[in-house]
Design a protein around this ligand. Structure first.
Ligand code: BDP
Length: 328
């Protein structure tokens, strides 16, 4: 081979490689949960599916344990394209997409089944349209169970038991209002800081579902878990609008299907993990109590609804529609 021919070939190969590199997208995925958590397993499956089925046109990687930032920050990053995909709880999403706040109203749903019915139906589609206007493409919904209170001091049976307790909440004014109404002191705080804050007495308690109560080891330091089930908040598997729009229609379909498959997987793993987490925390000495009179908590929430709907009267019909949704 002549030197010139070789040089020409090398240049050609380099040019091809550059085109491939320019076309291929490297996607960074945000995840707050650890290895083995249902959401993590499903998100990793999503990343593998996307990478394999787009034949490398998109290479997706998940970063676990919130190493890429806390949740409100990550939502911002996804909106401005610094992150490509994520699993978000829709609680903190309300700060960015007003209609989503409806899902943070305490005791909105009669139970998990009604939440599922709402989210897979036409109302869920409306939520995803609203999110997409804010740069977040929600492709499928993850389960997140029901959130209950836990604390370092005593079982909660009535709202009066929350009196004076400092309770950590996710970042959303509605949760602050919710705790205030019940007589506690709300402290919005990043998820990652909760364990240490419980341990050192900066806060007395928090609220979450069984799997997160267990995976974070919060049960070790705050063993009283009281089944108020005051919030049922769905989660999304979301793509950054800019990453989404850079895909061909064919690849959008691949990504959408991968997200739907991941959500199906997450829901199955979730149902299993709830039981496993409960058994694990109980075996470790957590004191779980049923709350006989949940209505006592629920009836205190009227001012939260009145305040929210007073400021956002356009969502009153949406709340009514959700409440009227039959459970399949
Ligand atoms: C978990 C959610 C996660 C939240 C966390 C929290 O899956 O997205 O960040 O609660 O309380 O259940 O911050």
């Amino acid at each position: 081979m002549t030197t010139m021919l070789r040089a020409g070939l090398l240049a050609g190969v380099a040019a091809l490689a550059m085109t491939a590199a320019a076309d291929a997208a490297s996607w960074r995925g945000w995840n707050i949960h650890p290895e083995g958590y249902p959401n993590t397993v499903a998100l990793e499956q999503f990343a593998t599916d996307v990478t394999e089925k787009t034949e490398g046109r998109v290479t997706a990687e998940v970063f676990n344990n919130g190493v890429l930032g806390d949740q409100p920050d990550a939502i911002d990053q996804l909106r401005n394209g610094a992150l490509d995909f994520a699993n978000f709880n829709l609680g903190p999403m309300g700060e960015f997409v007003p209609s989503i706040n409806v899902l943070s109203l305490p005791f909105l749903f009669t139970g998990i089944d009604q939440m599922h019915a709402v989210m897979v139906g036409e109302i869920g589609q409306r939520f995803s349209d609203d999110m997409s206007e804010e740069g977040v493409v929600a492709l499928a919904w993850f389960d997140s169970g029901a959130r209950s209170f836990y604390n370092t001091k005593k079982p909660i049976n009535t709202p009066a038991d929350l009196d004076g307790l400092k309770m950590r909440v996710m970042n959303n004014q509605l949760y602050v209002d919710m705790i205030d109404q019940m007589g506690g002191n709300a402290t919005p705080m990043a998820f990652a800081e909760v364990y240490q804050s419980l341990k050192t007495g900066v806060i007395d308690g928090a609220e979450n579902n069984y799997p997160s109560f267990e995976s974070t080891n919060h049960f070790e330091v705050a063993p009283y878990y009281s089944l108020t089930e005051h919030l049922i908040i769905p989660e999304c598997i979301c793509i950054s609008q800019s990453s989404w729009e850079a895909l061909s229609p064919e690849d959008q379909e691949i990504v959408r299907q991968a997200a739907i498959d991941a959500a199906t997987m997450q829901r199955e793993l979730w149902a299993k993990r709830e039981g496993e987490s409960k058994a694990k925390v109980e075996a470790a000495g957590a004191k779980i109590n049923e709350v006989a009179d949940k209505a006592a908590f629920q009836s205190m929430m009227q001012p939260v609804y009145d305040g929210f709907l007073g400021q956002n009267p356009q969502f009153a019909d949406l709340v009514a529609e959700i409440r009227a949704t039959p459970t399949n």
